[in-house]
Every structure is written in structure tokens, then in C-alpha cells.
Design a protein around this ligand. Structure first.
Ligand code: BGC
Length: 416
């Protein structure tokens, strides 16, 4: 169902004029799905003015273009609002597609696989012109995306690779293996593992959702980086839980990660054994692990805790010294890459590495035609570059760049 949302149109128009500098377009009706009420869909002017999205945005969309785009609708299927980042992804995508004059239908599926299939069926039935999908379960969309393909709707696999379907045209994400590598390298540097001599350190791993194709990349990137030190005996894993299957966290759920860590602490650390590192693949799991350590860990040392995303609660923990780092992925830029890619496809182009120069993005991005095979072949990928954020560089990496504002409370708050 499509609704005219006046405030969303106004907001889109404001973004359009900010981004394009020509005040063009966005005169068409913006469609908001029922899952994204108008109040959420419409970003306030202050948010629309976020320097991050402005800086990252590429070309000006000429008025004629945006008017033509007004005949087209982008269907965006996001996994859930319960994991913080997807709220940002959804609103950046919606805002910026609208700024280019497209109509948008945005769905969130409450982390329920069947719901996401239904939501995508709905978008296909609504005749969207292109689909942007962040899958809940990368293995469960083959059938519905076969329908999209039959209807001639191009599909962009957003952030998470959708497996076993030849309906996916491109994959846009960050370099997921590097995310894990950065976490592992952080641990190596903090503990100076190369000069550890006979000293040993205890580490526990917490990974993500096995249904999410990214989760294995994050875990492997971290584990492979730390493996030489595990093999040497410098890093010890008292729980013995070393395989991805053992350390995975269904749906990246905070409470699940907390309970698992409480069990690990009870079984392996209640005798006074020191935990030095909790390597967590992302912020939602790091939050649970941090809670478990706060409530159930007897030791007094500061445990090194890694994360990913820059979720608000986790950044507060970083400021407070409870979480050591997070790997930040600028989803505003991921959205910009997605929009420019979609725009090129809808203009009949076949984008390749050339899109990066043509779009003139202000952020680094690699075109990769080797790394991401979804079971039907390698999916051409645009991969952005993640950044390590610690207490020391929150200001320069997150606040000065315009992604967050520093509150009077001393904590960073996302602009969107
Ligand atoms: C994303 C991460 C996120 C996780 C849970 C992954 O697919 O790449 O950024 O932390 O999902 O939302």
C-alpha cells in the first residue's frame, strides 16, 4: 500500500536541495510502507543536513533525472528494527533514494524469515523497479527472489550476501573479513602479543548469527589473525569453544550472548582464572558479554572487549572504558554506494569498477569480483572500508565526520 507522506516529501526535497545544490526534483509522491510510519520515514531538517551524507554523496541529480525517477519505486527490505544499525540503514537509504526522486517502500521484518519473504512478495506485487535486500537468513530467499527475477526486478544484496540464488545482481557491503582482522589485530596490539614471551592470556570468542553470511567472515577474520598466538599457546581459550558453531549467537541477540558468557564465566572463571579478552563480532553481542562480565565476573582487571557498528550504548561503554573498541562501518556511505549503483542499473547501465570513479565518492570502495560466491557464482561486489574506533578517536572518526554528535552528557549520539 502506498501512502502520500507530505512530511517525507518535504524532507526529501530538503535533502535533495542540500545534496544536489540545485533544489531539483523530489516533486513526486514518496511511498512509505506501513512498517515505516511517516514520523519515522521523515527525517527532521537537522538530520537531513547531516554533513556525513552530504559529504559522501556523489553527483548532483539533475532536475530532469529526479522527475523521471519519480515514476520508479525502490523496494527496501531490512531485517529488523531491534538491531540498531538497520534503523540507520533504512532511513539513510530511504532518504537518499527519495533525494534522487525515487519513490520508496521500506519494510522491516522483525527478524522473522517468513515475514521477510512475505514483505518481499508484497514489494514485488507492488511492482517495485528494484529491490535492496538485507537478508535475515541468507539461505531462505531463493524462491521469492526467483519471482523477482521473473518479474525483471534487479536485486541488490545489501550488506549481507544472499545465498543460492541467481537473482542477485550485485552485493554492497564492507570488507567483512577485514572487520574481524581489525578486531584480532587490536587484541595483538593491546596485549603486545609479539613480545609476550612466556606470558599467556585468556580469550573467549562470541560470533554472530549462523544464518547471516557475514558472521563467518567476521569470525574467521578475527580467528585467523589470532591463530598463530593460539597455536603458540600465548592465547588460551579456557572454555575450549573455538569453532564458529560453538561461539555463534542466534540473531545476534544481546540476551543470548549474555547468557552464554555467564555460563562460560561460571564454568571456567569462577576459580579466579583471569579473562583477558572477549572477542565479540559486533556491538549487540558485545553488549550482552559486557553485561555478563559486569554481573558475573569475579576478576578486577579490565577485559578487552571488541565490537562492531558503533551502536549508541556501546559507544557509551567505550567512553566509560567498559568496551575497548568497535569497528565502525559508515552505513551512510553504504547507502550512497547502493543508491548510485541502483541509479546506474535503472538507467540501463551495467556498472562495474568504473562506477567508483564515475560516482566520485568521498570514501574508499573496492570493486571485487572474486570473494563473494553465493553458490550460483561470484556476485560482483562493492566493498567499503571499516575503521577502528576507540575512546581516543571517537571525536575525529565519528563526531568531526558528522555521523554522531557529542551530547552534553559526554556520550556520542547518532545523527540519524
Ligand atoms: C552486519 C553487522 C551487524 C550484524 C547484526 C551483520 O550482517 O554486517 O554490521 O552488526 O549484522 O545486525
Amino acid at each position: 500500500m502506498k501512502k502520500k507522506v507530505v512530511s517525507a516529501i518535504l524532507s526529501a526535497a530538503m535533502v535533495a536541495s542540500l545534496i544536489t545544490g540545485c533544489g531539483g526534483g523530489a516533486s513526486n509522491g514518496g511511498a512509505a510502507s506501513e512498517a515505516a510510519p511517516a514520523s519515522e520515514a521523515a527525517a527532521p531538517a537537522s538530520e537531513a543536513a547531516a554533513p556525513a551524507s552530504e559529504a559522501a554523496s556523489s553527483e548532483a541529480a539533475p532536475a530532469a533525472d529526479t522527475a523521471a525517477n519519480g515514476d520508479m519505486t525502490i523496494g527496501i527490505a531490512m531485517p529488523t528494527k531491534s538491531l540498531e544499525r538497520w534503523n540507520r540503514d533504512g532511513s539513510y537509504l530511504e532518504e537518499q533514494f527519495k533525494a534522487k526522486g525515487y519513490n520508496v517502500e521500506l519494510t522491516y521484518s522483525d527478524n522473522k524469515i517468513d515475514q521477510q519473504v512475505k514483505d518481499i512478495e508484497g514489494l514485488i506485487a507492488d511492482n517495485v523497479n528494484l529491490l535492496v535486500v538485507a537478508a535475515i537468513d541468507g539461505e531462505s530467499l531463493s524462491q521469492v527472489l526467483a519471482e523477482a527475477k521473473e518479474s525483471g526486478i534487479p536485486v541488490l544484496s545489501y550488506d549481507r550476501l544472499i545465498m543460492n540464488t541467481d537473482a542477485v545482481s550485485y552485493y554492497i557491503s564492507f570488507d567483512n573479513y577485514t572487520v574481524g582482522k581489525l578486531q584480532g589485530q587490536y587484541v595483538i596490539d593491546q596485549l603486545d602479543l609479539d613480545n609476550a614471551g612466556d606470558k599467556t592470556y585468556n580469550i573467549e570468542f562470541t560470533a554472530g548469527d549462523p544464518a547471516d553470511n557475514n558472521a563467518g567472515f567476521f569470525f574467521n577474520g578475527a580467528y585467523d589473525t589470532l591463530k598463530p598466538y593460539i597455536d603458540k599457546g600465548t592465547l588460551v581459550i579456557p572454555s575450549g569453544q573455538t569453532s564458529f558453531e560453538q561461539v555463534a549467537t542466534k540473531q545476534w541477540d544481546t540476551a543470548t550472548a549474555m547468557t552464554r558468557m555467564q555460563n562460560i564465566l561460571a564454568s571456567n572463571y569462577s576459580d579466579g582464572t583471569q579473562l583477558d579478552v572477549a572477542l565479540c563480532s559486533n556491538d549487540s553481542t558485545a553488549l550482552g558479554v559486557t553485561q555478563a562480565i559486569e554481573s558475573d565476573y569475579a576478576g578486577t582487571n579490565t577485559v578487552i572487549i571488541t565490537g562492531q557498528d558503533g551502536d549508541e550504548a556501546n559507544l557509551a561503554n567505550v567512553v566509560d572504558g567498559k568496551q575497548s573498541m568497535t569497528v565502525y562501518k559508515a552505513v551512510a556511505n553504504e547507502a550512497v554506494a547502493t543508491i548510485d549503483l541502483a541509479d546506474a542499473i535503472l538507467k540501463g547501465e551495467t556498472p562495474d569498477a568504473g562506477l567508483i570513479d564515475k560516482a566520485g565518492w568521498s570514501f574508499d570502495c573496492a570493486y571485487d569480483t572474486e570473494s563473494y560466491d553465493n553458490g550460483t557464482g561470484v556476485i560482483p561486489s562493492y566493498l567499503l572500508v571499516p575503521t577502528v574506533v576507540t575512546k581516543d578517536n571517537i571525536q575525529t572518526e565519528l563526531v568531526d565526520t558528522g555521523y554522531y554528535t557529542m551530547g552534553d552528557d559526554g556520550y556520542p549520539h547518532p545523527v540519524q
